[in-house]
Design a protein around this ligand. Structure first.
Ligand code: SAH
Ligand code: SF4
Ligand code: F3S
Length: 465
């Protein structure tokens, strides 16, 4: 089966076949347990890793105790993300002791940091395979080496940034498809580790993206999520002749009944053309995730974000002029080094003005090697927690008010779950609606009338479309 795949590096075909022979002989019907931490980019990478595992002969299990190969795809964005990974890796020790013949592998953003790879090497001897974000396509070769060699395999060197097409993809969720349009990040926001662990920005060609979009739609996808750390800089530095709005337009033009989402948009690169295109394209969700991070200009400058609060507000005004019902969500960091309470109040003020339907809120976490980690940070954590609580209660109030305006509206939703008569669907605004439904609605669009709202959730009744 491997012959039909287009993998850039010929060696991978060979290694997929070689691993297949080894693992089927050794374990009969080998099983893999793959756990993903972090963002959708990691989810998408895991789908590619699982695609290769599947071609190497592995089936999948939800229980690590039954697995012959355990793989954690890790996230480094905040300290608590890393702590969670370490905690879970700690638990694998007893599994390894019990089963013996299990290969434990760690990959992803955390492993792309030298000090972490070193820590694993020293303190977690039962981990047999470690590789970084730029070795995903070489996964079969690394598994082969780990299974046949005497030494543990550590491969986390920086590699020239590139794009590999044609890696097989195993999508567990056939209705919601994750579709990377670009990799890496060039922005170097002063607090963020992502550019260090994901390398420089590089865009996939529009042809490859459209081809993959067609494939997933043919296989039943109803929601296409275009992924990139900053989708608004899609195509920069290439001769593709297409920017992100052009790409949206191309995918919008594909046959089929589906909705298009994207993340993440960076305010410094968001253009009027983007909002005009969103407004015009009927398949594009009327939802914009536009992280602002902080509401104070001095803090924004220290964060190296490249825009002011005024510019951010202008974008929102223009977007809402084009799409009056647009749902806006965002990310915000509380307690950046040196941030004062006065400055933090500008963040609260911005939240009140924009009325986000939801917010991802984080307390600043220093990351090794980033400029912000060297800045003086005098506000104690306990104080930051207080600010955080103040922010979340304001956000709850603001969101409830905004969401209440949806009462009485008719919305289309894609049904994601069904349990004991209650179905849950995701609207174009990225808000969930609960309603009385049936199992056959799963994975389909339904028309709903919103009869009530309760904080973040909407209650609806199905109506004939
Ligand atoms: N590329 C995306 C975000 C990727 S990381 C963007 O630019 O919007 C997701 C979110 O994690 C960021 O938006 C930011 O709010 C948060 N984050 C990143 N680094 C952080 C840190 N060191 N401490 C706290 N939050 C952080
Ligand atoms: Fe991190 Fe900034 Fe890049 Fe987002 S844009 S991934 S926050 S450096
Ligand atoms: Fe985490 Fe890497 Fe995503 S650090 S947030 S998994 S790009």
């Amino acid at each position: 089966m491997a012959e039909n795949l287009k993998i850039a590096d010929k060696a991978d075909f060979d290694y997929i076949d070689k691993v297949y022979e080894i693992v089927t002989e050794r374990w009969g019907t080998p099983l893999a347990y793959v756990r993903t931490f972090g963002c959708q980019q990691n989810v998408s990478d895991s789908e590619r890793l699982c695609g290769m595992l599947s071609h190497m002969g592995f089936g999948f299990t939800d229980s690590p105790e039954k697995a012959n190969l355990i793989l954690f795809n890790t996230c480094a964005v905040r300290e608590n993300a890393e702590d969670r990974v370490f905690g879970n890796v700690g638990h694998l020790k007893s599994i390894k002791e019990k089963r013996g013949d299990t290969l434990i592998g760690l990959c992803g953003c955390m492993m792309q940091q030298e000090h972490i790879a070193e820590k694993i090497k020293k303190s977690y001897p039962y981990v047999g395979l470690v590789f970084g974000t730029n070795r995903i396509k070489d996964f079969p070769e690394l598994v082969y080496k780990a299974l046949t060699g005497k030494k543990r395999v550590f491969d986390v060197a920086d590699a020239p940034d590139g794009i590999v097409e044609g890696v097989p993809v195993y999508r567990k969720d056939t209705v919601r498809a994750w579709l990377p349009i670009m990799y890496g990040c060039n922005n170097f926001c002063s607090y963020c580790i992502v550019p260090y662990v994901r390398g420089r920005e590089r865009s996939r060609s529009p042809e490859d993206i459209v081809r993959e979009a067609r494939e997933v739609i043919e296989k039943g996808a109803k929601e296409i999520n275009l992924l990139g750390q900053n989708v608004n800089s899609y195509g920069k530095g290439t001769d593709f002749n297409a920017d992100f709005p052009d790409l949206l337009e191309m995918i919008n033009g594909l046959e089929g009944d589906f909705i298009i989402r994207f993340m993440t948009s960076h305010p410094k690169d968001a253009t009027k053309k983007l909002f005009d295109t969103m407004a015009r394209c009927e398949k594009v969700a009327k939802h914009l995730h536009l992280p602002f991070q902080a509401g104070n200009n001095e803090v924004l400058k220290l964060m190296n974000r490249g825009y002011t609060r005024e510019q951010y507000m202008e974008l929102i005004l223009y977007a809402r002029e084009k799409m009056p019902d647009l749902a806006v969500t965002s990310d915000v960091i509380v307690g950046f080094p040196g941030e004062t309470y006065e400055q933090f109040r500008d963040t609260l003020d911005l939240i009140e003005k924009v009325e986000f339907t939801s917010l991802f809120t984080f307390i600043y976490s220093p990351r090794v090697g980033t400029p912000a980690a060297k800045m003086e940070d005098t506000v104690p954590h306990s104080e930051k927690v207080k600010w955080f609580t103040e922010l979340t209660s304001l956000q709850e109030r603001v969101a409830a008010k905004r969401i209440a305006t949806l009462k009485g509206q008719r919305l289309r939703a894609l049904v994601e779950s069904f349990d004991k008569g209650v179905a849950t669907g995701r609207t174009g605004y990225n808000l969930m609606v609960e309603f009385e439904g049936s199992e056959d609605m799963l994975g389909n669009f339904v028309e709903l009338e919103i009869i009530d709202t309760d904080g973040y959730t909407l209650k609806g009744v199905a109506v004939k479309g």
